[in-house]
Design a protein around this ligand. Structure first.
Ligand SMILES: NC(=O)c1ccc[n+]([C@@H]2O[C@H](COP(=O)([O-])OP(=O)(O)OC[C@H]3O[C@@H](n4cnc5c(N)ncnc54)[C@H](OP(=O)(O)O)[C@@H]3O)[C@@H](O)[C@H]2O)c1
Length: 297
């Protein structure tokens, strides 16, 4: 079975490469800009023609959330036109498309949600940032062009690879005695390696027909680690697990203004993905521990 991965140099792309050895029945084809620019339709067509993948995992994205506010066209091209190109090419080659989306498609303002397990796949999106809007446009472009897709929405992705919040906190702790982190944005961290495992589990399930590849199973799914925290809690746990002593101050969002506004509450309800694919999800603190262990190796 051939699985083509886009954006392979990013943190999710590298996480897939990190666990690929566990899937000897899969022949992975890794591509980033140089091999396959998802914004170039003909480029995608010619790469698909060579490899004829049964599955394509699109991890390629424009992920600079704040910069997107001033680079609207570029963000739209990569996050919306790119997925549209892939959906069309996947249709041409009868390839199942797995695409990653984000909690930033929600506005995070619903107070009633805090009483539940979080946003469901069926909740109405209302992005508050250019990044969130372009990611939603990407979801819609896929849905309008190809029926064999899995869109997996996730949140607060970190890993031992590339740049992310966890690595930023560790770097800042080595430079400063005091740090302030927002305490009123609530969500769930996601170890990219756990996300990679789930994507490959979906592929294996489909391939083995454990989950029949029917229109009922294609669609939108949520995935993050288990548990709920604020960015402040996340930072505190990173420092605790590393035995780093630092003055950590909880601050409100107003005290840390950013070009893009972020959802105040973006916990994702994972009931659907757990039920359909029979997966168990790790608690975020346990997964963080595993990630930090890998980072120290
Ligand atoms: N990071 C998060 O906290 C987070 C949260 C929720 C959802 N997500 C979603 O999860 C997915 C994976 O995120 P990530 O953190 O792994 O992102 P990432 O580290 O930024 O990786 C994205 C990769 O895509 C590449 N890329 C950009 N434009 C491309 C193009 N036109 N053609 C081919 N490759 C291109 C990037 O290359 P360059 O680096 O050279 O630009 C990079 O290697 C994305 O869909 C993202 O929106 C992420």
């Amino acid at each position: 079975m051939v699985v083509l991965v886009t954006g392979a140099n990013g943190q999710l792309g590298q996480s897939i490469q990190f666990i690929a050895h566990k899937y000897p029945n899969i022949q992975f084809v890794y591509t980033d800009y140089q091999e396959m620019d998802i914004t170039n339709f003909e480029n995608c067509q010619s790469v698909f023609a060579v490899h004829k993948p049964q599955f394509c995992i699109n991890t390629a994205a424009y992920t600079a959330v704040d910069k997107a506010e001033s680079e609207v066209e570029k963000a739209h091209l990569i996050n919306a036109v790119g997925p549209e190109n892939l959906a069309k090419v996947c249709k041409e080659f009868d390839t199942v498309l797995l695409h990653i989306s984000t909690d930033f498609i929600f506005d995070g303002t619903s107070t009633s949600l805090s009483m539940t397990n979080g946003y469901k796949e069926t909740d109405i999106p209302n992005p508050q940032s250019v990044y969130g809007q372009t990611k939603l446009d990407g979801e819609l472009a896929i849905q309008n062009n190809w029926e064999k897709y899995f869109i997996v929405r996730t949140s607060w992705v970190y890993s031992q690879f590339a740049n992310n919040f966890m690595k930023t906190m560790l770097r800042l702790a080595s430079e400063r005695d005091t740090l302030s982190v927002v305490h009123d944005q609530i969500g769930t961290p996601t170890n990219a390696v756990d996300l990679a495992e789930v994507l490959l589990k979906i592929i294996q399930s489909c391939h083995a027909e454990l989950v029949s590849v029917s229109p009922n199973n294609f669609g939108v799914y949520n995935f993050s680690n288990e548990g709920i925290c604020s960015w402040y809690d996340f930072a505190k746990e990173i420092f605790q697990q590393n035995a780093i002593s630092i003055n950590l101050n909880p601050i409100p969002t107003e005290a840390y203004p950013t070009p893009a506004s972020r959802p105040a509450y973006s916990v994702l309800d994972k009931t659907k993905i757990k039920k359909v694919f029979h997966i168990e999800i790790k608690e975020w603190k346990d997964s963080l521990k595993e990630c930090l262990t890998q980072l120290k190796r």
